[in-house]
Design a protein around this ligand. Structure first.
Ligand code: CP
Length: 355
């Protein structure tokens, strides 16, 4: 059974299929309006959300299906100590597909291990946010028309920003992609992600340097909720602010994306610039989630297995322990599993951190 836990669960061809299906939904919404009649989506949100949860809800409603779930885990039996594994076993009895957001990295993978229905990762800690990536890709496709030979500027919190990590994994598979990394040194991209980029990136220290180089500027907020030291957050939160003067340095055809919510990192004066695509991006999120729900349910019915790159070998517990205290394995009694990546590095199967 197919789940979506990470962008690399999808092959390039499958991403194309989802993009084309989303475009078809935009062109012919009436053709899909009853396509999930009788089906139920469960939204299990252990962490706050506006866009992701509501766009999943709107998506299922526009496909003719129904939605159940919780937006605050404290109102569920999680507050009594129920594990992700048990919660998912239970919800599998009530729904046809699950969208899960969790503050622990790797929690959706635990869910997938125990679920009888497809799991969609709606964001897990600082790890991954694959449906935001599909949203970003649909926006790039609609705004720029192609994915090849693009220079992507990534600005802000590159350490904890799960949307950044997922977008890198997806875009790095297209021909000629280059990345420009713009962050405070304390919030630089983790080494395990830089290894994926090989030499396809440069790091710069100002937005002024980056602006003339990029086709896509991906702004992100500094993630307050991931900081142990709030003074550190206060010190770093306004390091990079995109304003009209900096926009004037950008290319005519470039676009600005942001997964939102924004705090201070884009001034409202930028909103009226036609290159500011972040609110158009939000709407694309609903269309691409419609395409995803429709497709995962269809694949389940048809028994479609993964065509994506799954040449990693999963090993049973050999005594290794993941040292990432934000990983689900730190709190949930799951069997530890590790895998060797294509460069031979031993990694946690749940959060991908090097062991
Ligand atoms: N982009 C995004 O994930 O927004 P929410 O946290 O509001 O869902």
């Amino acid at each position: 059974m197919r789940h979506l836990l990470d962008p690399t669960d999808l092959s390039i061809e499958e991403i194309d299929l989802l993009m084309n299906r989303a475009l078809d939904i935009i062109a012919r919404p009436e053709a899909y309006s009853e396509s999930c009649h009788g089906k139920k989506l469960a939204t299990l949100f252990y962490e706050p959300s506006t866009r992701t949860r509501l766009s999943f809800t709107a998506a299922m409603m526009e496909l003719g299906g129904q939605v159940l779930g919780f937006s605050d885990a404290r109102s569920s039996s999680v507050s009594k100590g129920e594990t992700v594994a048990d919660t998912v076993r239970v919800v599998s009895c009530f729904a046809d597909i699950i969208a899960m957001r969790h503050y622990k990295e790797g929690a959706p993978r635990v869910a997938a291990d125990y679920s009888r229905i497809p799991i969609i990762n709606a964001g897990d800690g600082g790890h991954s946010h694959p449906t935001q990536t599909l949203t970003d890709l649909l926006t790039i496709r609609r705004e720029l028309g192609h994915f090849d030979h693009l220079t992507i500027g990534l600005c802000g919190d590159l350490k904890y920003g799960r949307t950044v990590h997922s977008l890198i994994k997806a875009m790095n598979r297209y021909e000629g992609t280059r990345f420009v990394l713009i962050s405070p040194k304390e919030l630089r991209l983790p080494d395990y992600m830089k290894q994926e980029l090989k030499d396809n990136y440069v790091e710069v220290s100002t937005l002024e340097e980056a602006m003339p180089m990029v086709d896509v500027l991906y702004m992100t907020r500094v993630q307050q909720e991931r900081f142990a030291d709030l003074q550190e957050y206060e010190r770093l939160k306004d390091t990079f602010i995109l304003d009209e003067a900096k926009m004037a340095l950008g290319r005519k055809q470039m676009i600005v994306l942001h997964p939102l919510p924004r705090v201070n990192e884009i001034t409202v004066g930028v909103d009226n610039d036609p290159r500011a695509a972040y609110f158009r991006q939000v709407e694309n999120g609903k269309f691409v989630r419609m395409a995803l729900i429709y497709t995962l349910l269809k694949w389940k019915e048809e028994g479609v297995v993964s065509a994506a790159n799954k040449d990693i070998q999963v090993y049973e517990d050999g005594g290794q322990r993941c040292s990432n205290d934000r990983c689900i394995t730190a709190t949930e009694p799951v069997q530890q599993q590790v895998y060797r990546d294509k460069d031979g590095v031993l990694r946690c199967r749940y959060c991908d951190h090097a062991i």
